[in-house]
Unconditional design. Structure first.
Length: 312
């Protein structure tokens, strides 16, 4: 498959005024009003579609991301776009950059039913994949049979049911979720996990998921912008050698994984997107991939550093 067709756009950093992505603020309109962020979202979606990207990922907790995306889909009527979204977190930031709490998590049947209807309304029915947001191995979903049955009903209606993962236990969560069945049928058909050259702990589990037929999506491949703005020296040196920016190199590393079906980009401007898309022309040799593999750090350290990133 052409590399561009393996890319998707994630709207986590565009649907709300504050997020933890490094290097985001300077690319956004200074006021970050609802209308300004809608325009910024549409500009990125227009540029992504023109480049050949056909996957867009949102979530109920991404502020107004679903609303922005739904409006764009209605206005532009693009062909062949796959839309994935997520339920489980609720956005409670009240469109404030300094809100004390931005999102609240709950994996319950009532939360699922409420948010599914909200997603369908805001996306104007454009929903290909609906995912449990940030599933963990200890999530109550694994014991909640009525919730599992409700998700299975959604799958029977033709919407693919998936889950996303976060935290140092991603691999265990992926394997446990893959084994979950309802009436003898595997419940989940997609998985979206954090993978980047600093956090590779889920790699083997994601490879297994791909081999079992799940559609694998990678998120946070730039480590929330850290690999673009303050990359390790080795990444900076190799990107200079390849005549691309560090973000393109980090994305190329993700695209080099044959088990990664869709690699999500979190660009917040057409300029960022253009820089990211240079990844599709980067060829990485085995010694170069091995050098980047040595940059991986323990997942506990990675997630501690991520949790310390400020919402701005």
């Amino acid at each position: 498959m052409n590399a561009i067709h393996r890319l998707g756009i994630g709207l986590a950093a565009l649907g709300r005024p504050a997020y933890i992505n490094v290097g985001r603020v300077a690319e956004l309109p200074p006021g970050r009003s609802v209308e300004m962020m809608r325009e910024a979202t549409w500009s990125v979606l227009d540029a992504a579609y023109a480049a050949g990207i056909r996957w867009v990922d949102a979530a109920r907790s991404y502020g107004r991301a679903e609303e922005f995306l739904g409006g764009w889909l209605t206005a532009r009527a693009p062909e062949g776009v796959q839309v994935s979204s997520k339920w489980g977190y609720a956005y409670v930031g009240d469109w404030k950059t300094d809100a004390p709490v931005h999102e609240v998590k709950e994996h319950s049947l009532s939360r699922y039913r409420t948010q599914y209807e909200e997603s369908r309304e805001r996306l104007n029915g454009h929903l290909s994949v609906y995912q449990v947001h940030s599933l963990t191995e200890k999530s109550s979903l694994f014991q909640d049979v009525p919730l599992q049955e409700a998700l299975a009903e959604l799958a029977a209606e033709g919407v693919r049911v998936g889950f996303s993962t976060s935290g140092p236990g991603q691999a265990d969560t992926i394997r446990r979720a893959m084994a979950l069945e309802v009436s003898g049928q595997r419940l989940f058909s997609t998985v979206q996990s954090t993978w980047n050259i600093l956090e590779t702990s889920a790699e083997d589990a994601l490879d297994e998921a791909h081999g079992a037929g799940l559609h694998v999506l990678l998120k946070e491949v730039l480590a929330n912008g850290r690999l673009a703005v303050r990359p390790p020296a080795e990444v900076q040196d190799l990107s200079s050698k390849k005549d691309v920016r560090p973000d393109a190199l980090a994305l190329a590393a993700a695209l080099s994984r044959p088990w990664a079906d869709t690699v999500l980009i979190g660009a917040v401007s057409p300029a960022q997107l253009e820089a990211n898309l240079a990844a599709t022309s980067v060829a990485l040799e085995p010694p170069e991939l091995e050098a980047m593999a040595r940059l991986s750090i323990p997942p506990e350290r990675y997630w501690a550093e991520r949790s310390a990133l400020p919402w701005t």
